[in-house]
Design a protein around this ligand. Sequence first.
Ligand code: FES
Length: 273
Amino acid sequence: MYKILKKEVLNPTVTKLVVEAPFVAKHAKAGQFIILRVNEDSERIPFTIEDANPETGAVSIIFQIVGGMTMLLNTKEEGDYIHDFVGPLGKPSEIDGNKKVAIIGGGVGCAIALPTAKAFHNAGADVTSITGFRNKDLVILEEEFKANSDAFYLMSDDGTAGEKGLVTNKLEELIQAGEKFDEVVAIGPLIMMKFVCLTTKKYDIPTVVSMNPIMVDGTGMCGCCRLSVGGQMKFACVDGPDFDGHQVDFDEAMSRNKTYADFEAHAREKACN
Ligand code: FES
């Protein structure tokens, strides 16, 4: 059982939990994830590690309350316990301190993008972060991104926070203004990552995306998290979650993501009753 050390509401639909998990904390690297079960009979759900402290054994995850399991997880409070908390899983992100990188985070994907920005920043890379949200009420981790970036841009769809527009608008504006990025890392909704990749492809900028499909075992056994990358089948849990964004079949990934929509709606209903 894993104790919740701290619970923080980041916005009405996004919560941060700090969990006591010393083994995970000791071994976690940027880009890796854990799989947890809230109770013994709960579904397994993957979450990227937002932060890990090997000294205190504390591991942070940030999640959006979107379905039955995340609603259940959100009922847990400081001092409560989570049944399983397994990890770190997946391959760590490749961090190169000599690069000039643009880190793009969309919505709750910013929770995954932040540790990557932090890792590049700590390694000495030149980090430009661009985060995007629908409106000001959904903005998270602004100060944390500023602290780990050489340049930071906040975008919102309706202009109520930062500049009005999409993350791709800002990225293209910077490229056209002469910024020379060695690499772009995009983490967020599939549709956002797809359009970041279409943008960077025009300018031939290597682009890494973090894929977060539905997962079950997280060890490459069930095939649930499969994706097409460069025409080959890959498993996000063991081959990723980071992939060459220009090779990912986003349309297929979006269609697979919808497969369980009915089950999810049912689970949400059950959790509400
Ligand atoms: Fe089962 Fe990846 S979650 S193979």
